[in-house]
Write a protein that binds this ligand. Structure first.
Ligand SMILES: *Cc1c(COP(=O)(O)O)cnc(C)c1O
Length: 231
């Protein structure tokens, strides 16, 4: 009950922010981040019409994809990648937001090919300038795109960024603006399996600012499923 109500509220906020930015109602997709939450919570959200779900741990994603028998769900891997575990999610995962090394791309492509699939991939870019945040530097994007162009079983769809934790989301607006600028700057690389049309940015605390700055995918956990006991 509560999850359905939360979803309604979050979807309304997404629409409000899109409207404020003068964007179309279909311009941003809500990804429900279900990490640490039980399968029942995902099923409740699914019942309420939510189709995109995100997990940040590979093992947890693998387990949940196996336990929930729904072909309708679009699964997103949004957390740190461990190359040796990609093979366990490649048969089912639809999107991977967190590739930032050529070795990630090679492994995702190889495993997707074994299942005769194409996995949608975002390059995670470090926009917060914090050393502990993962992601590539902006200067590395070009060579990653060049490498990816040879890989038929991945499609590079854009960038993912995580902003700094800030009490005031206005503080991080420039970081979102920057990621959008990077996407525009690389649009000339579009063609074949490079299709840069997605920006994954914005979470519970900063989704409105992110949408105003061009986010097409917000990754929202707590506002939908409630607080977590661990991250
Ligand atoms: C947990 C997580 C989110 C969602 O965070 P909330 O604050 O719960 O909305 C988004 N993106 C990533 C990569 C996460 O790990």
């Amino acid at each position: 009950m509560e999850i359905a109500q939360n979803l309604t509220k979050v979807n309304q906020n997404v629409q409000k922010s899109l409207e404020k930015a003068g964007r179309d109602a279909s311009d941003a997709c809500l990804i429900a981040v279900s990490k640490t939450k039980p399968v029942e919570a995902i099923e409740e959200a699914l019942q309420a019409g939510q189709l995109h779900f995100g997990e940040n741990r590979m093992q947890e994603l693998q387990t949940k994809m196996a336990e929930i028998d729904s072909e309708d769900i679009i699964w997103h891997m949004i957390g740190t990648l461990q190359s040796n575990k990609i093979k366990h999610i490649a048969a089912r995962v639809n999107w991977i937001h967190s590739a930032y090394k050529e070795s990630h791309l090679i492994e995702i492509n190889k495993r997707a090919a074994q299942h005769d699939r194409v996995i949608q991939v975002l390059l995670q870019v470090n926009i917060s300038n914090e050393d502990q945040k993962s992601g590539c530097d902006a200067v590395e994007i070009e060579s990653l795109l060049t490498a990816a162009r040879e890989m038929d079983n991945i499609r590079i769809r854009g960038f993912m960024g995580m902003a700094k934790l800030a009490a005031d989301p206005e503080e991080i607006r420039p970081q979102f603006k920057y990621l959008k600028e990077l996407l525009s700057a690389h649009a000339s690389k579009n063609g074949s399996n490079i299709q840069l049309d997605q920006l994954s940015m914005g979470m519970t605390n900063d989704m409105s600012v992110a949408i105003e700055e061009g986010s097409t995918m917000v990754r929202v956990g707590r506002a939908i499923f409630g607080e977590r006991n661990y991250t």
